[in-house]
Write a protein that binds this ligand. Structure first.
Ligand code: ADP
Length: 622
């Protein structure tokens, strides 16, 4: 048959594999075995769900054959097999997500990461210079052989093969000074590699092992026996104390295509009204598509060790959508459909129990591994905040103690509980300020007085923050108050009275000023220390919320009710009063400039920058 070319991306990956300087080439075996196991899974599943297919679990196996003389390694399975189109499709192109991910994320660090990814079938080219794949699809008559010696292409021809399934033969590369490829036709090496990487594979991985005996005359005698190399117990069914952290991590990185270790491992086994084994992980970084719309949350769902769904979304609440892992339960049937699954009370109960486990794990990370938790929160915290917001506060009891915000006092992340514990005597509110960055918030005039009075302020830099907090309403009975809002209420009774008097005296002046700018009112304040003016809002919509909602691609627009507040102790006050008496036109100019300044401080645009610039120029040239 005519030689065919690989698709472009496949060629690139292939090239990478062939010329790989990666030291951990041995992982090719794990990849081939896991492909074989997947192929068996597919057929086994068919046998359980299709009455016409009569196969027993005991019939399935993977067999490795080594030939030292020919320098080959063959791995055979009696799984579903591939027909001509599938050989073409699967081994001529890369369509697989794990492999694609590898390409997208790691353009520059290709070789270092090979081992951590599901690079799949092509990894066999790291150790071989020719590969043959014979395959016969279950239920079909014809068998085909796919052959390739690398980048220049592959052929597919019909061939003879009695049993369904796939048989892959690697012609190992010749040894070099650095790499002894011949070891891969060595029983001892292969036995070790299977134990190391593929012990949990559910089907027997068999190999002929040769043993040497001394007979009674002292002569050595060889005999060969087929043996099963793996223990076949899935990792999640093992006892916790039998599994090392390395085992857990390797399993995670292999299965979920991550090259960083997870931050947390949750392995639990529940028996009772509901029964399940779960193995879950909290990743240390967000998957590349995590904040995309198409990101699909979910855990793998197994029924007694058989995979029935790759992403069961119903097992995870949205706010924990970052969790990766699997659940194995005898409580759901193999034939369950997605629709029925959603209604299934057992699944709901499992989901509830899993949610509790994840929450507990996060809490214990927070209390015992603070640094890890902060790392977690920087990556996934926004997801928790959205959880509160989207649930209209329904999930607040699950999530409120997992939240963190930047503290003006600690200069680092703090929890609400910690904030409340540190509150000053007599303080009954939780103060927060919003802005684009910590530095910008730090410079807000409104923060000055609070800091002087030694109040702690939480800095909200993410736009969801204030929305989420509004859903919470309060924490431990303490209301949240935006320091830019009218109800800051820091002044004493005398101060309030004094302020009211001052405001009354200047009422006419303020009315005139108000006429020049787009605010609900103009008034004095005592909350500023050195700064002349600030913007305050009345009502439920803050300046930050106005910005966010108006930036959203909906028709909805909102307007914060703004108040221009003037520092009563600032020298500008005398100037304004004087102008009110002597030059009202000049006062109008000053008003516009002060208002523009207050808007800029809040990060709001100035409507007519040219006019403002001209006014400033007028004032300073006078
Ligand atoms: P992955 O296994 O990550 O999807 P691979 O490159 O390893 O990617 O394999 C590509 C595809 O080839 C698999 O998804 C599967 O459909 C098919 N395949 C590989 N090995 C076998 C096998 N032993 N039996 C049947 N199909 C296989």
């Amino acid at each position: 048959m005519k030689k065919k070319q690989f698709k472009a991306e496949s060629k690139r990956l292939l090239d990478l594999m062939i010329n790989s300087i990666y030291t951990n080439k041995e992982i090719f075996l794990r990849e081939l075995i896991s492909n074989a196991s997947d192929a068996i899974d597919k057929l086994y599943y068919k046998s359980l769900t299709d009455r016409k297919v009569k196969l027993e679990k005991e019939d399935f196996y993977i067999k490795i054959d080594l030939d030292k003389d020919k320098n080959t390694l063959t791995i055979r399975d009696n799984g579903i097999g591939m027909n001509e189109e599938e050989l073409e499709e699967n081994l001529g192109t890369i369509a697989q997500s794990g492999t694609l991910l590898f390409k997208e994320e790691n353009k520059n660090k290709e070789t270092e990461c090979i081992g951590q990814f599901g690079v799949g079938f092509y990894s066999a080219f790291m150790v071989s210079d020719e590969i043959e794949v014979k395959s016969k699809k279950f239920g079909e008559d014809k068998a085909y052989i796919w052959k390739s010696s690398g980048v220049d292409g592959y052929t597919i021809d019909e061939c003879k093969k009695d049993e369904y399934g796939t048989e892959i033969t690697l012609h190992l590369k010749d040894d070099t000074d650095d790499d002894k490829y011949s070891k891969y036709s060595d029983e001892f090496t292969i036995e070790g590699l299977v134990k190391k990487y593929s012990d949990y594979i559910k089907y027997p991985i068999k190999m002929d092992l040769t043993h040497e005996h001394q007979d009674k005359d002292g002569k050595s005698e060889k005999h060969t026996e087929e043996q099963v190399l793996n223990s076949m117990i899935p990792l999640w069914k093992k006892n916790k104390n039998e599994v090392s952290e390395d085992d857990y991590n390797a399993f995670y990185m292999d299965k979920f295509y991550d090259y960083e270790k997870p931050l947390s491992i949750i392995h639990s086994s529940v028996e009772g009204k509901i029964s399940y084994n779960a193995l879950m992980y909290i990743p240390s970084k967000a998957p590349f598509d995590f904040y995309n719309k198409d990101y699909e949350k979910g855990l793998e769902l197994y029924s007694n060790g058989v995979l029935i769904m790759e992403k069961c979304g119903d097992l995870l609440p949205d706010y924990f959508s970052f969790v990766k892992g699997l659940v194995d339960t005898p409580d759901v049937s193999l034939n369950i459909s997605r629709e029925i699954l959603q209604q299934d009370t057992q699944v709901k109960n499992i989901a509830k129990s899993i949610e509790t486990k994840i929450k507990k794990e996060l809490e214990s990370m927070l209390s015992e591994r603070r640094e890890d938790y902060e790392k977690f929160f920087k990556v996934f915290g926004i997801n928790l905040k959205f959880g509160i917001y989207n649930g209209f506060g329904q999930n607040k009891d699950v999530l409120k103690d997992l939240l963190m915000f930047y503290s003006s006092k600690d200069k680092k992340l703090t929890t609400l509980k910690e904030y409340v514990e540190r509150m000053k005597e007599g303080q009954d509110k939780i103060y927060y300020a919003c802005g684009e960055t910590i530095d910008k918030i730090d410079l807000l005039p409104q923060t000055e007085k609070l800091k002087e009075k030694n109040y702690e302020i939480l800095y909200f830099t993410e736009y969801v923050d204030e929305f989420a907090i509004q859903m919470l309403m309060d924490y431990d009975g303490k209301k949240f108050v935006n320091i830019s809002s009218e109800n800051l209420d820091l002044d004493s009774k005398e101060e309030k009275e004094e302020l009211e008097k001052a405001n009354k005296e200047c009422k006419d002046m303020f009315d005139l000023m108000k006429g020049e700018i787009d605010v609900k009112s103009v008034r004095f304040t005592k909350k500023l220390k050195n700064h002349p003016v600030c913007l305050t809002t009345e009502g439920n919509v803050s300046v930050e919320m106005e910005k966010v909602i108006n930036a959203m691609p909906t028709n909805e627009t909102v307007k914060a009710e703004k108040v221009l507040e003037i520092n009563e102790d600032h020298p500008i006050v005398n100037k304004l009063k004087k102008l009110y008496e002597t030059d009202k036109e000049e006062l109008k100019k000053y008003t516009k400039v002060l208002y523009a300044g207050a808007r800029l401080i809040e990060g709001l645009p100035v409507d007519n920058p040219t006019e403002i610039t001209n006014l400033i120029c007028d004032i300073i040239t006078e």
